[in-house]
Design a binder for this molecule. Structure first.
Ligand code: 15L
Length: 266
């Protein structure tokens, strides 16, 4: 019998990719979202629930071996919106997993947890926390919560600081930050299967020649990326404006999230 994982945010772009890809790694999936998930196929189970609902989430955890927690607002929004979905929702998911005795959570964090870090040498997971948005703050919160639940309750927690998840890179920054769909599946599968996982933070990008983040922590949990944005460098750079060192997109790891248009303060 396959192991079963609960996928929150299963209707989103990463969720849809994992829905297609994780069964090949031996995972039966319970798909959860408030949005339409279509009909369950094969071994799938479909649950319509909101991650901020503690009772529904505890029920959704029953009988699963692991959780891949993707459900979130995937960019900047008002603090109230980020607080509700990304922070309260993440707390509800972690605590429901604890109450239901689920052993592992793979958490979709983001590079925006350290997005205001100036670009320089390859960044490790030990660079100081420097979120670039309320969204980035919520990902720092999720990582901190994961650390608490690993240490206090023994949950195995893998936090994936995802770069730019796209079918293909389209900007200069993406040549460094791209995470291909195939590598996203390999990354989540590694987080789900890593032996002896206690708590880990890893960067989630493909094996990009121009990558900005150190992939060593990912390799330690068994993530072996196979794609490289460099394949697309010729066409991307041919259409790209000249690099402007003053542009936040060039200055910070989180790119334009560090610019004034991402200031969501009232
Ligand atoms: C993310 O975390 C966001 O969800 C996505 O919208 C992109 O902005 C991506 O990071 C990125 O940094 O390219």
């Amino acid at each position: 019998m396959s192991r079963r994982a609960l996928l929150t945010g299963a209707a989103g772009s990463i969720g849809t990719t994992l829905r297609r890809g994780l069964p090949a790694y031996g995972w039966g999936l319970r798909l959860l979202d408030t949005a339409d998930l279509g009909a369950a196929t094969g071994d799938e189970q479909v649950v319509h629930a909101d991650v901020t609902d503690p009772a529904a989430m505890e029920e959704a955890m029953r009988g699963v071996d692991a959780v891949v927690h993707l459900a979130a607002i995937a960019g900047e929004a008002t603090f109230a919106e980020i607080l509700d979905v990304n922070m309260v929702g993440t707390y509800v998911v972690f605590d429901a997993a604890r109450r239901a005795g689920v052993g592992r959570i793979v958490y979709a964090s983001s590079n925006h947890a350290v997005g205001f870090t100036p670009r320089s040498a390859l960044a490790g997971v030990d660079v100081p926390i420097r979120p670039d948005t309320y969204y980035g703050v919520s990902k720092v919160f999720g990582e901190a919560l994961g650390s608490l639940y690993a240490d206090r309750y023994g949950l195995a927690v893998g936090c994936l600081r995802i770069g730019s998840f796209l079918d293909r890179p389209t900007t200069r920054r993406h040549l460094s930050t791209w995470l291909s769909p195939g590598d996203m599946v390999r990354l989540a599968a590694a987080g789900l299967a890593a032996p002896d996982l206690h708590f880990a933070v890893v960067y989630g990008i493909s094996a990009n020649t121009r990558g900005w983040w150190d992939l060593t922590p990912g390799r330690r949990i068994g993530y072996l990326p196979q794609d490289d944005a460099e394949t697309y460098a010729g066409e991307v750079l041919a259409g790209a404006p000249p690099a402007d060192p003053a542009d936040p997109a060039e200055r910070y790891l989180g790119g334009d999230f560090g610019g004034p248009e991402y200031d969501a303060a009232p």
